[in-house]
Design a protein around this ligand. Structure first.
Ligand code: GRF
Length: 185
């Protein structure tokens, strides 16, 4: 059985979509949720699904011995709204085995501080006619790893930042779990 760890800091809707997608899977399971935020909605989702959790601080994620021990059974790491930078030792320990989703068409609207509604506000501000999602490998820089796939959605001038977020979330929940299935093999 391949084991996935999901790293998330926020509400956890993508984590939920991935957990549901793998629930009946006989070869792969989500066996660990890692968060840096003790208030994160993803902890409730983990509890509802009987998935082990770990809370790691910014300092904690730099503790390579602790993290390697925590992840010793893990084959693949999925970032789903995880706001801490993944340290280089972790990237090297999981070569091409850590992926992330970004709620825009990278390289546009990426980098440190570009997360959540801020991304969609910037898209709106620039009157973009389309936006989308980017799924990419993780390296030691925010949003700079090799792109695996992108999916687009058309925008209208009537779309608010919140509407844009809803459209993008639909793409995330549709495509991220399917991509994880392919990448984990
Ligand atoms: C998503 O928009 C994802 O693209 C980004 O962080 C957000 C997480 O949302 N990396 P949720 O917590 O999964 O609802």
């Amino acid at each position: 059985m391949k084991q996935i760890a999901i790293f998330a800091s926020g509400t956890g809707t993508n984590a939920q979509a991935i957990i549901e997608h793998f629930r009946e899977n006989k070869n792969t399971c989500v066996s660990l949720i890692v968060t840096n935020n003790a208030q994160s909605g993803v902890l409730k989702i983990a509890a509802e699904n009987n998935i082990k959790t770990a809370i790691v601080s910014k300092e904690g994620i730099s503790d390579s011995e602790r993290m390697k021990n925590l992840l010793k059974e893990i084959d693949f790491i999925v970032l789903a709204g995880f706001l801490l930078l993944i340290p280089e030792y972790l990237v090297k320990s999981f070569p091409k085995k850590i992926i992330n989703i970004h709620p825009a068409l990278l390289p546009k609207y990426g980098g440190k501080g570009m997360y959540g509604i801020k991304v969609h506000e910037a898209v709106k501000e620039n009157n973009e006619i389309e936006t989308g999602i980017t799924i990419h490998y993780v390296n030691e820089y925010f949003d700079e790893g090799e792109i695996i796939e992108q999916h687009k959605v058309t925008l209208s001038s009537a779309d608010s930042a919140l509407n844009i977020q809803i459209k993008v979330q639909q793409l995330e929940h549709e495509f991220y779990p399917k991509c994880v299935v392919r990448m984990v093999k």
